[in-house]
Design a protein. Structure first.
Length: 117
């Protein structure tokens, strides 16, 4: 920092709150009216600044995870599937094979009805 330049005060509770909403560090900087470089410098200089960002991100993830879990438990199928794919390694893998694992045989049949040519 150049000589004579005062370090602006940044409210760590506000930083934590912004991070809890899922904002990136660049977005946090924009919201606070500071540069990304200021964020980077503060992270290098102040452990409590880094911790505020980490705590905020963890709180946000926790809130969303709890909401998703509640939706899944209340029978919302999409939420349950999303939860199981991410927490229980479910996949949407589909395999299409014919008898004994061989190739599928495709047969196209045209149906004629009365009056059709």
């Amino acid at each position: 920092m150049p000589a004579g330049r005062k370090e602006i005060e940044i409210d760590l509770a506000q930083v934590e709150g912004l991070a809890s909403r899922g904002l990136t560090e660049g977005q946090i900087a924009d919201s606070l009216g500071i540069s990304q470089q200021t964020i980077t410098r503060r992270k290098k200089k102040y452990v409590d600044f880094v911790e505020a960002i980490k705590r905020g991100h963890a709180k946000g993830v926790g809130k969303v995870a709890n909401a998703l879990f509640e939706q899944a438990m209340n029978g919302q199928t999409a939420a349950a599937i999303f939860y199981m794919k991410n927490r229980a390694n479910w996949t949407d893998k589909q395999q299409h094979t014919g008898p004994d694992g061989g190739a599928l045989k495709v047969q196209i049949v045209k149906e004629y009805r009365n009056g059709d040519d």
